[in-house]
Write a protein of this length. Structure first.
Length: 268
């Protein structure tokens, strides 16, 4: 049962990325945000032939993998998910809808860039590690932007993805925790100030940043002796919670501060 549910989660994530990469136009809501995943994907995939999400994944494995292309692919996957979310499509809450693009983007990165032989075993392992890290944050702090700002959403999703990627790349348990800590450490204080109260600006782009930071955090952890770590995961979770409590309510999903008041709906 656990196996089937984990794979259902992954197939939903994959389908979501697939739909997002093949849908163009303007997102609803009044901000006139143009979907970007479609054009980015067209430029990256070229003339490849495929007919469903799985064959699409296989075709991506054949594409060029220079550094800039990798950045674009990861960003494209994250954009795709959150554009689907913004258009009322189906996403996997991971750990929230507004941060749903980070974990699928990083897992997809592993499957199409890092390990072409990866399959169900690696997918399940990734999701279980990510889920456990998310659970630790939920118990020790919060995963709600209304309580803690965007550090609680993109920060946590990036931490979850970093730990899971580190695990699949052969990291020790201590390095996995270090990857989670690094990712959150560099999201501390991140505010939630959506323009017009919509989960679009800056939310959609922010998922790309969270995904890239997750990959970076995993690589840093893999190259570090965990005995030299100065900040344990528990400490960064406590710090995040204290930061959340200190944060002005204007920056907790209320659209009463930050970009939400700097940019008006009329400007869009």
């Amino acid at each position: 049962e656990i196996h089937s549910e984990l794979m259902r989660i992954w197939h939903t994530m994959l389908e979501c990325m697939y739909i997002g990469c093949h849908s163009e136009g303007i997102l609803p809501g009044g901000l006139n945000v143009r979907r970007r995943a479609f054009d980015m994907h067209q430029n990256l995939i070229g003339l490849s032939n495929y007919s469903d999400p799985q064959s699409w994944l296989e075709e991506i494995r054949k594409t060029e993998v220079k550094f800039r292309q990798i950045l674009k692919w990861v960003s494209c996957f994250a954009l795709a998910v959150n554009e689907v979310n913004a258009s009322l499509g189906r996403v996997v809450t991971a750990p929230t809808n507004g941060s749903a693009g980070v974990i699928p983007a990083v897992l997809m990165y592993y499957l199409v860039i890092e390990n072409h032989n990866a399959g169900e075993k690696e997918i399940k392992q990734f999701l279980m590690v990510a889920g456990e890290i998310g659970s630790i944050f939920k118990k020790g702090s919060t995963i709600s932007a209304a309580m803690g700002g965007c550090q609680a959403e993109i920060g946590v999703s990036s931490s979850m993805a970093a730990a899971a990627l580190c695990e699949l790349m052969g990291g020790s348990p201590a390095q996995v925790l270090m990857a989670a800590e690094i990712a959150m450490e560099h999201h501390l204080g991140l505010t939630c100030d959506p323009i017009g109260g919509l989960v679009q600006i800056p939310c959609i782009e922010r998922n790309t940043m969270g995904a890239i930071k997750a990959i970076n955090a995993a690589e840093l952890a893999l190259e570090t002796d965990s005995k030299n770590a100065k900040v344990p995961l528990d400490k960064v979770i406590n710090t995040m919670w204290q930061t959340a409590k200190d944060m002005n309510s204007k920056y907790k999903e209320t659209s009463e501060g930050g970009l939400a008041i700097a940019v008006n709906m009329a400007d869009c």
